[in-house]
Write a protein that binds this ligand. Structure first.
Ligand code: THU
Length: 133
């Protein structure tokens, strides 16, 4: 898939952010991912009183990816309180597992490859498991 509608992804991320549960940080994050079969999956952050158990928006998005049939992520966009957000380290590892080195991620308005965002990632190989369908 070569044509990525970044505007549509951004808009899906903004919409997802409206569902965020953020009583502690008040930072509403939404993530949207395009799958290799053309779906758009989204997620929002869900905080917790124990702070450290907070689920990032990307976690919710990966969950939705699995729930809606799995497959590979091709491109991801994350926004927070209306502006672009670069996914945290843990989420980059999560994204790596489902997108691999060539997945694109919007960083400060420009697409970058995952191999650039998490160099020398664990595991190095990109022949990850496919959906269990
Ligand atoms: N957050 C995300 O949802 N995704 C990221 O990539 C970075 C941080 C959330 C976690 C927490 O609810 C809030 O942003 C403030 O850190």
């Amino acid at each position: 898939m070569t044509n990525i509608d970044w505007a549509a992804l951004r808009s899906a991320a903004h919409e997802a952010a409206t569902f965020a549960y953020v009583p502690y940080s008040k930072f509403r994050v939404g993530a949207a991912g395009l799958t290799s079969d053309g779906r758009i999956v989204t997620g929002c952050n869900v905080e917790n009183a124990s702070y450290g158990l907070t689920l990032c928006a990307e976690c919710g998005m990966i969950s939705e990816l699995a729930r809606t049939g799995g497959g590979r992520l091709v491109a991801v966009c994350t926004v927070g309180n209306g502006a672009p957000v670069t996914p945290c380290g843990r989420c980059r590892q999560l994204l790596w597992e489902h997108g691999g080195p060539d997945m694109l991620i919007e960083v400060e308005g420009a697409p970058r490859r995952m191999s650039e965002m998490i160099p020398h990632a664990f595991p190095e190989a990109s022949n990850f498991t496919q959906p269990n369908k």
